[in-house]
Design a protein around this ligand. Structure first.
Ligand code: SF4
Ligand code: ZN
Length: 299
């Protein structure tokens, strides 16, 4: 089967009822990312973009896009969060370092161990909660901190369409509907850094194909804790729906954009660290206090 231009097809877009060759696919992919940036996340001249670079496909493709697309002149710094997951993050870190070098951008690493005194592996030795619930709090705080320290204007992450749709379902399951629309565009709150997700309308499979067609030296290792997460179940369910009803993910994404209800959560500033928080003390400071009980000189 071939592309309508006559070229050899590299992908079958079932949701659109067409097959595309390499050139036509790359053109469509880049056009969609440009449109997403233009409509949802405008970049201004001179913006300092802090790109979260894990070394995986999504963050590598988003770095590529921010470096290559014809956007206003901007500055780019890549950052990697090192959770301290043996056999996983070390490989990703190596890949991230090489990728940043290839794109000629400065690269910084921020570690859980430096912030809370121990790695995620260590936390999991005593935690009864899933790893991702620790990560959710720690990573968000470290990213905020990194962007502030580096004087960034925007935090750029590689979240794709699948991530967006999964988060929508997870927020429904957790009865947190106010977070559904804010996954795509968060309301501006004092103390929060502005986040942009240029791949948010690109299906994960297409991000992977784009990376492969560009021979990107990505790390494709999966986090060993991922399979225990709620996200893993939600992902399976949504992929089954998409398989049966092609276009489901785009339709859910459109619904997320159409949700008009404002994020009505009120934030104060944490009494300990000054970060935005729904209570007097933020989750990060609460976690830090919890970990302190288990700190030993060997951590
Ligand atoms: Fe952290 Fe969970 Fe992601 Fe692993 S899968 S890096 S534990 S959020
Ligand atoms: Zn705090």
């Amino acid at each position: 089967m071939s592309c309508s231009c006559g070229g050899k097809a590299v992908i079958n877009l079932r949701y659109a009822g067409k097959r595309l060759c390499k050139t036509c696919f790359i053109r469509l992919f880049e056009k969609r990312v440009k449109k997403t940036i233009r409509e949802l996340y405008p970049v201004k001249r001179g913006d300092r973009l802090i790109v979260g670079l894990s070394g995986g496909k999504d963050s590598t493709v988003v770095l590529h896009m921010m470096a290559k697309l014809p956007l206003p002149p901007r500055e780019i710094i890549a950052i990697t969060i090192d959770e301290g997951i043996e056999g996983y993050r070390d490989k990703g870190l190596e890949a991230a370092k090489n990728i940043a070098k290839e794109y000629g951008v400065e690269h910084k690493v921020f570690r859980y161990k430096n912030e809370v005194g121990m790695s995620l592996d260590k936390i999991m030795e005593f935690s009864k909660e899933p790893a991702c619930s620790h990560c959710g709090v720690l990573r968000r705080t470290l990213l905020n901190k990194a962007v502030k320290e580096l004087g960034g204007d925007l935090l750029v992450t590689g979240h794709n369409l699948d991530d967006a749709v999964q988060s929508c379902f997870m927020n429904l399951i957790r009865n947190e509907p106010s977070k559904i629309a804010s996954f795509i565009k968060q309301k501006e709150t004092k103390g929060f850094v502005k986040r942009i997700k240029p791949l948010v309308s690109s299906p994960e499979k297409e991000v992977a194909l784009y990376a492969m067609l560009h021979n990107m030296p990505i790390d494709s290792e999966e986090c060993p804790y991922a399979r225990f997460s709620l996200r893993a179940h939600v992902r399976k369910m949504i992929n089954e729906l998409e398989e049966k009803y092609p276009g489901t993910k785009f339709k859910i994404f459109q619904s997320m954009l159409n949700i008009k209800s404002e994020d009505d959560r009120e934030f104060k500033l944490c009494e300990h660290c000054g970060s935005p928080s729904s209570g007097k003390i933020c989750m990060f400071c609460k976690r830090k206090k919890q970990y302190k009980r288990y700190l030993t000189p060997q951590n």
